[in-house]
Design a binder for this molecule. Structure first.
Ligand SMILES: [Fe+2]
Length: 212
């Protein structure tokens, strides 16, 4: 991937989109902000260049924005989803892609789309929506999946207490190579503990997107 331009209106566009997500689903909004930030850090620690790190950041930020179109009854349902609900839920990467698509007139946003669409694809081909396999899953989609899973498991929800880091780390390790990119899991496990007190320039800038 070559270096490219990031449009100067990127943060304003992100702020508008994220503010609308926050009005209907504050938990998903907070989740998306954390996943955006962690995606950038994992991309950085995996050796991707600054432009690719930005692509990781914004792909991660928008990965679940499509949940704006899914009823809270399904999003916040504590038990198992029935097959119809599961279908609706599994459509969210496509909804996210559809929301960002109009911005893909600019190359930077066009580059986000495969990562957003692919963030639930798995290395073993058992993911969705396209059942991509191995290297066919875009690298940044693989980055998002690792940090998305970390965040989802470690956060406390109304119906479930967040799991401690050790438990989440063990789960990432257990599914490395099948669900997750094994190399990215290795890098995440090495680097994650060092992220907590890191605040860099990108993070300061990302704060303008926080509306709550
Ligand atoms: Fe998702």
């Amino acid at each position: 991937m070559s270096w490219g331009q990031i449009p100067e209106w990127t943060y304003e566009a992100a702020k508008a989109l994220m503010a609308s997500l926050n009005t209907v689903d504050p938990l998903t909004y907070q989740h998306c902000l954390r996943v955006g930030e962690m995606s950038r850090k994992l991309a950085r620690d995996a050796g991707l260049n600054e432009f690719e790190q930005k692509i990781a950041e914004f792909s991660g930020m928008f990965h679940d924005i499509g949940k704006i179109g899914i009823s809270q009854e399904i999003i916040a349902k504590p038990g198992k989803l029935d097959p119809k609900e599961l279908d609706i839920m599994r459509n969210h990467p496509i909804l996210s892609e559809d929301i960002i698509k109009p911005l893909a007139v600019h190359d930077f946003f066009a580059r986000l789309l495969p990562n957003i669409r692919g963030h639930h694809e798995r290395m073993d081909g058992e993911g969705y929506p396209d059942r991509l396999m191995g290297e066919d899953v875009p690298l940044i989609a693989r980055v998002i999946l690792v940090v998305d899973t970390y965040d989802a498991m470690s956060q406390t929800r109304a119906y479930r207490k967040g799991l401690p880091d050790e438990v989440v780390y063990a789960e990432l390790k257990r599914c490395a190579g099948t669900q997750f990119d094994a190399q990215l899991v290795r890098i995440f496990l090495q680097a994650h503990a060092t992220w907590k007190n890191q605040e860099d320039e990108a993070e300061t800038k990302a704060k303008i997107i926080k509306v709550a």
